[in-house]
Design a protein around this ligand. Sequence first.
Ligand code: MIC
Ligand code: SF4
Length: 644
Amino acid sequence: MGLTTAQKIIRDHLVSGEMVAGQEIAIRIDQTLTQDSTGTMAYLQFEAIGIPRVKTEISVAYIDHNTLQTGFENADDHMYIQTVASKYGIRFSKPGNGVCHQVHIERFGKPGKTLLGSDSHTPTCGGLGMLAIGAGGLDVAVGMGGGAYFLTMPQMVNVHLAGKLRPWVSAKDIILEVLRLMTVKGGVGKIVEYTGPGLAHLTVPERATITNMGAELGATTSIFPSDAMTRAFLKAQGREADFTELGPDIDAFYDETYTINLDELEILVAKPHSPDNVAPVREVGPIAVDQVAIGSCTNSSLFDMLKVAAILKGKCVHPNVSLVIAPGSKQVLAMLAKLGALSDMIDAGARILESACGPCIGMGQSPRTNAVSLRTINRNFYGRSGTSSAQVYLVSPEVAAASALAGVLTDPRDLGEMPEVNMPAAFDINDNMVILPAPAENTVEVVRGPNIKAFPINTKTPSAISGKTLIKVEDNITTDHIMPSNAKLLPYRSNVPYLADFCLVPCDPEFPARAKANNGGFIIAGTNYGQGSSREHAALAPLQLGVKAVLAKSFARIHMANLINNGILPLTFIDAADYDAIDLLDELVIEDAKTQIEGLANGQNLIVNNVTQEKSIAVSLPLSDRQVQIVLAGGLLNFTRQEG
Ligand code: MIC
Ligand code: SF4
């Protein structure tokens, strides 16, 4: 049987395991990326592992999330990352150079290679035919040190694109349609591959919009083949030598197939508060809009920005709308300026932001109370904009620009003919905001400001794990609930003790105090617990508060790995009805913890005794032998050190 594109890359990088869906495999990592909000932790962990130099082909440390700098904290972290990067052989992308995924695809991504990034949207580079996976900082630290990346071999999903997009319908509508079809948990344990005649018309930046937002499916990653479009993009970036052709075999097997006829695709919007709450713009109707934010790693390429500028040219933003635009990278911003498109945006009344994550992660531009905000970003989770009463809708750049002019949610077809956008034949290359590392033998001093605090490290599994139920939450709890991120909290990503006081506060403001008063305990959750970000802080803050296990109906992939990596047990109810049989402050015990955890590797269930209700609850956790050792050691860091 033939192989899919992803299977070919996995085969070429396989270090251990068999390519059988559901089994643990390990792959070699060619490239890594970090960004600053997860990066400080990843580099502190890299230092703790104690390897003198990164062993990857390319590792890049980006600064793009924490660029508000309202106090010394962000700048302290930037300096720490810059010096640690220089010392250990990592390129450093300065603040202002752009959003990590946009810059990485422009300047570093390579078809056929593997990329591990401490950010859930790392699959963006799947648009180039890379196997690009998001992971927790500790996994990335191990990858930088030359260690393999362990994952469950995913199933393969084929999204067959037939036909050609009609005018005004765009790549964002394709991924919104995939989210409508598959939902935010439909991709867990799967890789989504795009095939079909529709690919011939999709450029790399358009493909990158789709693979980027594939993260919202919960998928391990998403990928396009590397073809003539890929070559054209790399050539325009002065990197044609990086091109290799790659695609699925004709008889490749996919576990699931969806077909989308691009000729019939509608212009779509994801309504609050979930990226899969999708409906046609025409159906939602002309709701009044307060804010429009264009940018983020999903939709901030030069192509997207030129389309927006062409729609705005010669017109004026509606008086009730604040339009903010963040071009994705320095390259995009500089070229917009050179081509005159930037002044078209400014003339129309747009507020231009620096090339960074900005509004996407609530770093500024929080909308007013009860506002309707249209955003070209990938997540509209509750409260993420920084204004909990805001209603955030996810749209394409075309819908965003048309609505900013009209003041109401607008189907851009109402504007008449789509303006023509001509892409320049070549991008302007100027990498002067990427600082190369010092040579191998160096005396670089790593600078640690007062914002950088020691992070919690778990201890070996005790003979019995016991504690109280500290909180009980519902389905689809995101990492934005578990460890909120906003302009006030992001500066403390290197200070876990401080952050712990905000853990799960959007669900229950009393949780941190209750956890402390009871010396830690258990979290009880519904399905898809931990969807969203790769932030390890969603495991580290509970660890700081003494959380020992999470009992849930199901977990999101990266969060589950982060819990295991920190020695916290992510246990799944065998019978979902057992969720109902646990109350707040019930006393739970896992007897004979070591033996029971070892049994998990043989497919045995684990028993949690609910002492208060006098009931035994069976839970599962499919662990490999290696993962058993990680959990027993109290996490991957202890395990890695122990292995030497
Ligand atoms: C996000 O989009 O939620 C983030 C902020 O980029 C996160 C990383 C983080 O929490 O620092 C992600 O997607 O992994
Ligand atoms: Fe940054 Fe938003 Fe992309 Fe996360 S999703 S990397 S916050 S732009």
